[in-house]
Design a protein around this ligand. Sequence first.
Ligand code: NAD
Length: 294
Amino acid sequence: MTLKAGVIGLGNMGGGMAATLAGKGFDVSGFDLSQAALAQAESKGVKPVADRKQLIQGVDILILSLPKAEHVESVCLGAGGISEFGRKGLIVVDTTTSTPEMSRKVAAELAKTGIAFIDAPVSGGPKGAATGTMSMVIGAEDADLARAMPILEGMSGTRVHVGQCGAGNVAKIANNMLAACHLISTAEAVAMAARAGVDPEKLLQGLNAGSGRSGATQVMFPTWVLNKAYDSGFTMGLMRKDVGLASDLADSLDMDLPLSRVVAQLWQASSETLADNEDFCAIVQRTDGKLYGH
Ligand code: NAD
């Protein structure tokens, strides 16, 4: 059976996911509060649906790509949402970077009406979503994952099933805690080497051939920082959200994590000078009020 897919949230990530599926011949509808996002998706072969109820009732699998956990709760459990209009057998795949608690709460509520919920947060940025190469870390029951797999394979390059519902968000929060650390530590390493007379581009070549390499040295600095483009498609506000989720998770587990706590403070303090809509890579410029060579 060919699954009919719907995407709620057609922003930087969801818009690319919907377009990727449409480009591969899947039947994809989309809903967003933003008319501009709907129009953009329509131009990529996605059927725009202005009425959320109609979208929820008309698909076999619903992909969510929303900013935060509170949006997931509202779309899933709020008035006029999935718990009200979703039919038995519907599968919800939440790609939002949310909280493990929210994933488990929503999954338990939706299960009461026979709706399955999978948390499958993603990595790879808008380019990875638009090319179907992004990765997913998935928290799901085996049977639900097997049913969703044709669509997940259509929209992602790598899928790692890390555990039961909620585990996907645990893994994603760990990933972004590392990315948040790597970006700042790479900025410090580049600034130090530059002041000592080494060209940043040459330094990155050396780092990427050595053990200091990371997503920051391999992707962020070469693609968005050294050329001063700062156009990754991932905002400061969303990264600060993710850093906050890591601190909350560490608190709930009664863990100190001394290095990550300092990094989290730097990200939260950046809100004084860097607005939520700026690119997340701009943190390299002002983490302690100084410019790292830019
Ligand atoms: P975005 O702000 O570009 O898109 C979110 C979309 O959701 C917007 O178009 C908004 O209008 C829509 N929306 C908000 N509330 C809605 C509602 N109630 N109903 C329907 N639509 C609603 O954000 P994004 O960058 O696409 O990120 C989405 C999620 O993916 C976030 O949780 C983010 O942390 C995560 N993520 C982003 C990236 C990235 O590089 N941008 C990478 C990995 C993960």
